[in-house]
Design a protein around this ligand. Structure first.
Ligand SMILES: Cc1cc2nc3c(=O)[nH]c(=O)nc-3n(C[C@H](O)[C@H](O)[C@H](O)COP(=O)(O)OP(=O)(O)OC[C@H]3O[C@@H](n4cnc5c(N)ncnc54)[C@H](O)[C@@H]3O)c2cc1C
Length: 426
């Protein structure tokens, strides 16, 4: 382990804003690089979007959310309040510019570039985590069982041909399984699903919240600090950072990382960067001691949700809701996931007593082009952005943390990051 030292000889102090998967991974790699590091988090570690996601570490998630042909599909989705994509109409004026950029991002040419950029970030996601997870003694939380994408018909699979070409062009291996071969791999699956694609390079965690907390515990054990505070802004002296203003006082820092997930936009704005960050809210429902428990995570391509076998039960997670950061959750969306889950796994019951269910809603930090923001702030190079990971924050956590460490240390990033520029929207 090297030691990163400031001008006065003391260790350079880096403050990381946010204790989600991105903040904790960034802080962990920075500490290993020899920096003194403090995570500043007002709530629980992994209490945000990193709490209740589907837990998938999928290098295959190179396919952006906005794809050619979306324009034709979106109105149908939006008309169904429980469909995979919904909008609260009072939020439409706020989200309209984001949606426009989202549709613009879906041209073939742009999608090819976005996929290539994501491929660099997501390459061997489970392997990228391994050193951190090993150091935390938490290998039991990291599984490399692969992932299954289930289709009702071969025609549905063929309609997704462009997505599969994108994966192939970016080095993702997969095997197509039909009927008996599929049902043998996953006996709990409904026989209505005729085709599945097995992705052997994908992994998952059996508990995202415990996973991130295990990394945070190792970070503390190895000498990192966690400060319970809400960051309000930065104190700059000329073109250098002197510290953070928080609701619990001033925190001196030489450098900082903005990893506040869906709440990061305010910080970028203070630093002269206008980024179109919004939130795609998502839901989960967990059935404890489920009657049907798949052996690996399964994406239902028609219902657009993932069923992940977790230590707390079967987690059905997904859907996108545009309603901003303030509106109350619509728990019907979480409960509807159970209905969809029953279609995927006929072994599940029609209904459950409340003590066997738990529901959750979280704020994906999303950019319209499905790419995160990773790079220096416009105003000072002492502040590095790492937010906007949308649907792939868990998968991208370890490598994003590495990239943040490269930037803070003034080294060339180990993966190309031009596509993640904070200034790409002008
Ligand atoms: C239903 C669902 C399923 C998903 N499934 C997957 C999946 O299978 N695989 C995958 O890769 N991704 C998945 N995701 C996406 C993934 O959860 C996110 O991309 C990821 O958790 C984002 O991590 P983060 O650290 O940027 O944000 P967060 O986890 O939200 O952390 C941000 C932190 O910043 C803190 N913060 C906010 N404001 C301040 C402030 N002023 N000062 C200090 N701290 C502050 C918050 O309290 C929070 O703890 C899913 C998301 C959802 C909603």
């Amino acid at each position: 382990m090297s030691e990163a030292r400031g001008a006065a000889g003391s260790k350079t102090h880096v403050a990381v804003i946010g204790g989600g998967v991105i903040g904790v991974c960034s802080a962990s790699w920075l500490l290993r690089e020899g920096f003194a590091v403090t995570i500043v988090e007002p709530g629980e570690i992994a209490g945000g979007s990193s709490f209740g996601n589907a837990g998938c570490f999928n290098p295959s998630s190179v396919v952006p959310m906005s794809m050619p042909g979306n324009l034709a599909k979106v109105p149908g989705w939006l008309l169904d309040p429980l469909g995979p994509l919904s909008i609260r109409w009072p939020y439409l004026p706020s989200i309209a510019p984001w949606l426009l950029r989202f549709l613009q991002a879906g041209s073939r040419e742009r999608v090819e570039k976005q996929a290539a950029a994501l491929a660099g970030l997501l390459r061997d996601s489970p392997g990228a985590y391994r050193p951190l997870v090993e150091n935390a003694g938490a290998l039991d939380l990291l599984r490399r069982d692969g992932h299954l994408m289930a289709y009702l018909t071969r025609a549905d699979f063929e309609a997704d041909a462009f997505s599969w070409q994108l994966r192939e062009r970016n080095g993702i291996e997969y095997t197509v399984l039909e009927r008996d071969a599929l049902w043998q791999l996953e006996p709990t699956l409904s026989r209505d699903y005729q085709l599945g694609v097995f992705l052997p390079g994908n992994g998952h965690t059996v508990n995202p919240q415990r996973f991130v907390n295990a990394l945070a515990d190792a970070f503390l054990r190895d000498g990192g600090q966690i400060k319970r505070a809400k960051v309000e802004g930065f104190d700059l002296t000329g073109d250098r950072l002197s510290g953070l203003r928080t609701d619990a006082g001033f925190l001196a820092a030489d450098q900082a990382v903005v990893a506040a997930g869906a709440y990061s936009k305010q910080f970028a704005k203070q630093l002269g960067d206008s980024v179109p960050l919004d939130t795609e809210r998502g839901y989960h429902i967990i059935v404890s001691s489920p009657e049907a428990r798949p052996g690996l995570p399964i994406m239902d391509t028609s219902g657009k949700f993932v069923a992940t076998p977790m230590e707390t039960g079967l987690r059905l997670a997904g859907t996108v809701e545009f309603a901003g950061l303030e509106a109350a959750p619509d728990w019907r969306r979480a409960r509807n996931l159970l209905k969809l889950g029953k279609r995927l796994f006929p072994g599940l019951r029609e209904s459950y007593s409340e003590d066997r269910l738990s529901v959750w809603m979280g704020f994906r930090p999303s950019m319209p082009d499905s790419l995160p923001v990773i790079g220096y702030s416009r105003r000072v190079r002492d502040i590095v952005y790492a937010f906007g990971h949308g649907h792939v924050g868990m998968a991208a956590g370890a490598t994003t943390g590495h990239l943040v460490t490269d930037l803070i240390a003034g080294k060339p990033p180990r993966v190309p990051i031009e596509a993640f520029s904070p200034r790409r929207f002008g």
